[in-house]
Write a protein of this length. Structure first.
Length: 519
């Protein structure tokens, strides 16, 4: 059985069962399959062939799931793009991936950014989701073939059985590194299916589960675990367009059994529970709460258990390796402040500089090998080569074993990789954009500890001449305007400090850890 066959098992066996719901609309496995077959045929009619990239700039909606599966059926590679992104990020991904088509929603801010781009040689088709009753009114600046999604969905469905090799790329996930621009992580079917199958079995997902899915569907947390887990286990995913703590509490009260969140979501759920502790009983009725993408504090773990009786299951992962470490399923074995043990789809070690397994308590780097690891970075053989040592992927995450063998995440090797609200952010990408400001001579961006966001973006500025007269608050406001539309708003510095010069070592390298931040 191929990995794609595994993803289609419930489509074949239980076509009448509901797979995805959103605000009163729903798709059964059979309806999803039929729509994906039509979309795949529509893509083929545009000339999209095996291995071609199709970028997707849709927020959470049922069409996103159809576009994902339809791209798989056409043999194309799904390239999700974060709908919070600005022009710099979107243009880079469209150029770097060489996408031949991009799917946008008419009238959305990101759709407008795509329409304003100058021509990208490889990009030929603009697929537009629009209100069915209205004529299409999209006019891109570049000479693109504009076609409505409805038109593609009206194609005669592909007749043959969808086929893919397990090593074919299913998805490119663009993710930030320590350099400026994001890199495309090439994820084959093999990695996604092996990992999500192992993870959702470990977590005992079942057909009668109802997943309350309020994570964005363009990163591995929401898209790989949420959407692919639903396909593999045959449960129902109730999609939410955005995270709203009260809507999540209501959804669980109405029968939701699983919730996955980033720590910031738990901070907000806890705020709602503190304001009205009676909501704890509603959440208590669920079966499983998991947390990942950033460190969950032991304080949040304990407060959530106090309110709901649930011990949140924390796990760890990364776009390049998928979800590789998880706490055990039995609640009493979930340990706060730890990420648990390796997931069955790969091997995970914490190693020292020489690559030897660390002793208990000794900090080292998390390394991963096995089925769940990416194939490579797209178009970047040197970066790929530098990320592996003797077949092990080097995560850049620092951890230690505790005395029971649980892995404890301790932070990142590089200060230039920031996690805020569960989003991975490159300090260099922000620095490059801020440095284009005519009144700024130099800038250093860091992530500072923050109780709500995990880390908040902070920028130390060396400004030119009279511009130094501006207060840090006025600079923060200036940067808001400067970055607006260029980068996602969550990358905007929330704290600014003006300095005469940046601290450097004898070789001239900026010493970010020596920046003296006011509290
Ligand atoms: C948003 N805001 C921030 C911010 N993000 N402020 C500081 N720091 C941040 N990180 C501000 C906005 O600018 C805005 O303010 C206000 O908060 C509301 O913005 P929003 O976009 O509506 O925020 P919200 O929807 O509330 O977002 C919070 C969130 C979101 C937690 C729901 O961040 C989220 O969905 N995070 C999940 C990311 C994720 O899926 N990561 C997984 C990656 S995969 P203003 O002033 O501008 O109006 C991965 C692998 C693994 O990591 O292991 O899972
Ligand atoms: P991304 O590429 O967006 O998938 O982000 C991956 C990074 O998220 C990892 O390298 C970790 O630094 C971080 N991360 C994921 N899960 C956890 C966790 N449970 N605790 C701490 N950090 C985490």
């Amino acid at each position: 059985m191929t990995a794609l066959d595994q993803l289609r098992a419930h489509i074949t066996a239980r076509p009448e069962a509901i797979a995805f719901t959103l605000e009163g609309s729903q798709l059964t496995f059979g309806e999803l399959d039929a729509a994906a077959r039509r979309y795949a045929a529509g893509l083929a009619a545009l000339g999209i062939a095996r291995g071609d990239r199709v970028a997707c700039l849709l927020g959470t909606r049922l069409e996103l799931v159809i576009a994902l599966l339809g791209a798989y059926y056409a043999g194309a590679v799904h390239v999700p793009i974060n709908t919070r992104y600005g022009q710099v990020e979107i243009e880079h991904i469209l150029r770097d991936s060489g996408a031949r088509a991009v799917l946008i929603a008419e009238g959305s801010p990101t759709g407008e950014i795509v329409c304003a781009l100058s021509p990208i040689e490889t990009l030929q088709h603009l697929i537009v989701l629009h209100a069915a009753a209205e004529p299409l009114s999209v006019t891109p600046r570049a000479p693109l073939n504009v076609v409505s999604l409805d038109h593609l969905l009206a194609a005669a469905p592909m007749a043959s059985e969808p086929r893919c090799d397990d090593e074919d790329p299913a998805m490119f996930i663009y993710t930030s590194g320590t350099t400026g621009q994001s890199k495309g992580v090439v994820l084959p079917y093999r990695a996604i299916v092996a990992n999500i199958d192992a993870l959702t079995r470990l977590w005992r997902w079942r057909e009668d589960d109802r997943l309350v899915l309020a994570l964005p569907l363009f990163h591995v947390h929401g898209l790989c675990i949420g959407v692919h887990g639903t396909l593999l286990r045959g449960c129902v995913a109730e999609l939410h367009r955005r995270f709203d703590p009260d809507a999540v509490i209501q959804a669980i009260a109405a029968g939701g059994t699983i919730f996955m969140g980033v720590p910031t979501m738990y901070t907000r759920l806890l705020r709602a529970l503190d304001a009205d502790p009676s909501k704890g009983a509603a959440l208590g009725a669920a079966r499983l709460f998991t947390s990942g993408s950033a460190a969950l504090s032991a304080a949040s773990f304990e407060a959530f258990e106090r309110h709901t009786g649930h011990r949140i299951l924390e796990r760890y992962g990364m776009s390049e390796t998928l979800l590789t470490v998880s706490n055990p399923y039995p609640p009493e074995e979930r340990k706060p402040g730890t990420i648990g043990f390796p997931v069955a789809s790969g091997e995970v070690l914490v190693v020292d500089e020489e690559g030897s397994r660390c002793a208990v308590g000794e900090p080292g780097e998390i390394v991963v090998r096995g089925d769940s690891v990416m194939q490579r970075y797209w178009n970047a053989p040197e970066k790929t080569a530098a990320s592996f040592r003797d077949g092990w992927f080097l995560t850049g995450d620092v951890a230690r074993y505790d005395d029971e063998g649980y892995i404890v995440h301790m932070g990142r090797r590089s200060v230039d990789m920031i996690k805020s609200g569960g989003y991975r952010i490159s300090a260099r990408e922000i620095e490059e954009c801020v440095a284009l400001h005519p009144d700024i001579e130099e800038v250093a961006v860091v992530g500072r500890p923050d109780p709500e966001w995990g880390q908040r973006i902070a920028a130390a500025l060396v400004t030119r001449g009279g511009a130094a007269e501006r207060s840090p608050e006025a600079w923060a406001e200036e940067l808001r305007g400067w970055l607006e539309g260029r980068l996602a708003s969550y990358k905007r510095p929330r704290q600014v400090m003006c300095c005469g010069e940046l601290p450097r070592n004898a070789l001239g390298k900026i010493q970010k850890h020596l920046l003296a931040w006011p509290d």
